[in-house]
Design a protein around this ligand. Structure first.
Ligand code: SF4
Length: 608
């Protein structure tokens, strides 16, 4: 098939059996690749009620038709599984160079199933595919192991690896690659840990057949030219996502002290400009990217290096913990990367614990003697280690804020900032109704990248609750994740503003099939509904209550900044959901109606 590697690799870790199956043409036609393949196999093959950390759960690793191709940012790989953090769908997109090697090894998905008795890693060098003993790597940090493996196999091998937190099945353990790119959210690293898979190592040299080489060359060049000509290229490349830090502080969206306000008085110490001046050594990008947003940093104070931090990490480990020192934030980033935990959830969960401590819910007896106050850098570093190793209070925090607050009680659920059990990423939403709705209805939990709607809020009036606003969120949710289906980065469209229609001829030249964005948006809508069905299938009583945000945003107005005194009322939160469900074709409890399933060609009985 044009644009595809041609094979699905199935690895049974229980039996050690490895086999290849031809990529089904109808699945490629209907689901395209990436997270489309992920949700297809998840619903089809993981039995209802499977323990996310049990052998019945599977990990589906998929490039898309644009992965590894000469288009800007064709370096995205999707990791889909049932999430240990939430018990729902997890689809996590990882950048870097891994996905291109998978494609050149002829693979459109790897399905990891079962569980190994002893630590192993999956080694792929074109058709040489083996499960190898990982004894010498188990227990070591992901940065250390990636370096060891690069030294052993060579630079051309790409490595995705878990840290000790993944081995310990911390519910928000991540997968690290390229010394700083992650499949970050939902606990995908814990699933690898439960299967005793330390790493996936891949190298491929096969060709990918394209439908029309000349048209492919032209369409690829047009995309690169649009990036090179973009007005924002210089600024974006200089700062990457950190460019928004000061803006967020100005508009009251920078999460501060566990999302109690959107204004941080120490923001100057953690802005993109400060970071560039103080710690950035060079820029670093993913496969084929003309606008590298990765920043490689040196922390003199700690004599260490890291790729990062990017904005989300700055928001959660900086302002959210009351830390105004960019070097300390970068060092926290490094600790999380090496130990193998998601920086967004970790910063959020430590923010919750700090608030518990300041309110007297935790004492020194709980924290192992740590003065767990906002702004305490050393206590933050220590907590990262304790979470990764599930030591002391770290064992509780390793469950995420939903389960931790339920266990502790004493009102701490009220300031546990999550949706569906996933901790909110770095936009404060007391009064940003589109962004709040985006978090409430996101298919993995309170994650920002499906519908980054905060600028739209500012554009049209942040407090407004209108059908147009809701429609915008839905449009973004259908469209933006399509990049995770195609296996490409969305940031060239988001940040450089290149015309999304430029991708249409590229996709056609590669696959030989014409698909307009209207067609692609329909695929996006279908996938969105399938992920919703997965949540409903796996969670008794799933529905509207699962879409509610933290009460903090409707009950506790910030005392500082641009959103001082402002909230989104419970009435407006429900109104947002009413409008959203209606526009999605869902019932009042937020479940797709039979008519919607029929319209989207979803065979209800297959997934029920
Ligand atoms: Fe990777 Fe950033 Fe380039 Fe996207 S913009 S491909 S995330 S380096």
């Amino acid at each position: 098939m044009n644009g595809y590697g041609g094979s699905i690799l199935r690895v049974n870790l229980t039996t050690g059996q490895i086999k290849k199956e031809p990529t089904p043409a109808d699945v490629a036609r209907d689901y395209l690749g990436g997270r489309g393949f992920g949700i297809y196999y998840l619903l089809k093959e993981v039995p209802r009620g499977a323990d996310p950390l049990g052998p019945e759960n599977k990990m589906i690793i998929s490039p898309g038709p644009l992965s590894g191709m000469l288009i800007p940012g064709g370096g995205k790989c999707d990791w889909t599984t049932k999430a240990p953090l939430t018990g729902g769908y997890a689809g996590s997109s990882m950048g870097g160079h891994f996905t291109a090697e998978l494609k050149y090894a002829g693979l459109d998905s790897i399905i990891l199933e079962g569980a190994s008795q002893k630590p192993v890693y999956l080694f792929i060098d074109n058709d040489k595919i083996e499960l190898r003993d990982a004894g010498e790597y188990w227990g070591k940090g992901s940065v250390t192991v990636e370096k060891m493996m690069k030294d052993k196999f060579g630079e051309e091998f790409q490595i995705a690896v878990i840290g000790p937190a993944g081995e310990n099945m911390v519910s928000f353990a991540h997968i690290n690659h390229d010394f700083g790119r992650q499949a970050g959210r939902g606990g995908v690293g814990a699933v690898l840990g439960s299967k005793k898979v330390k790493a996936v190592v891949v190298h491929g040299t096969k060709s990918v057949q394209v439908a029309d080489m000349e048209a492919y060359r032209k369409a690829g060049m047009a995309l690169y030219k649009a990036c090179k000509d973009a007005e924002g290229l210089k600024e974006w490349t200089r700062y990457g996502t950190t460019i928004v830090t000061s803006w967020c502080n100005e508009v009251g969206a920078l999460p501060t002290r566990n999302f109690s306000t959107g204004f941080f008085e120490g923001a100057d110490g953690i802005t993109g400009q400060t970071m560039r001046k103080k710690i950035v050594v060079t820029d670093k990008g993913c496969f084929g990217c003309p606008c590298p947003c990765g920043k490689y940093s040196k922390m003199n104070k700690y004599n260490s290096y890291v790729e990062g931090p990017e904005y989300e990490t700055i928001g959660l480990f900086g302002s959210n913990l009351g830390i105004d020192d960019i070097e300390a934030v970068a060092q926290a980033n490094l600790l999380c990367d090496d130990l193998g935990i998601d920086t967004i959830t970790t910063g959020n969960v430590i923010g919750w614990a700090m608030e518990c401590y300041e309110k007297g819910i935790f004492t020194k007896a709980d924290t192992g003697g740590l003065e767990l106050k906002f702004g305490n850098i050393e206590a933050t570093f220590k907590m990262i280690e304790m979470i990764s190793r599930k030591e002391g209070l770290g064992a509780l925090l390793a469950e995420g804020v939903k389960r931790a607050s339920k266990e502790i009680g004493r009102g701490s659920e009220k300031f546990a900032i999550h949706v569906k059990g996933m901790e909110q990423s770095a936009y404060e939403t007391h009064n940003a109704t589109a962004m709040l709705l985006a978090y409430m209805t996101c298919d993995v939990g309170a994650h920002h990248n499906r519908a980054w709607a905060i600028t739209y809020d500012l554009q049209v009036g942040r407090e407004k609750v209108t059908p147009e606003k809701v429609a915008r969120v839905i449009w973004l949710q259908n469209f933006r994740p399509m990049f995770d289906v195609l296996g490409a980065c969305r940031l060239q469209w988001v940040e450089l503003g290149i015309d999304r229609d430029l991708y249409v001829p590229a996709l056609e030249a590669i696959t030989g099939i014409h698909r307009s964005w209207e067609d692609l948006d329909k695929v996006g809508d279908r996938i969105w509904n399938l992920t919703r069905l997965f949540w409903a299938r796996e969670n008794e009583g799933f529905g509207r209550t699962w879409d509610m945000p933290s009460p903090r945003f409707s009950e506790e107005p910030p005392k500082t900044g641009a959103t001082k005194g402002q909230i989104t009322s419970l009435e407006n939160i429900n109104l947002l959901l009413d409008m959203y469900y209606e526009q999605r074709g869902w019932d009042a409890n937020g479940l797709p109606t039979p008519e919607t399933l029929e319209k989207l060609r979803i065979p209800n009985e297959q997934f029920a």
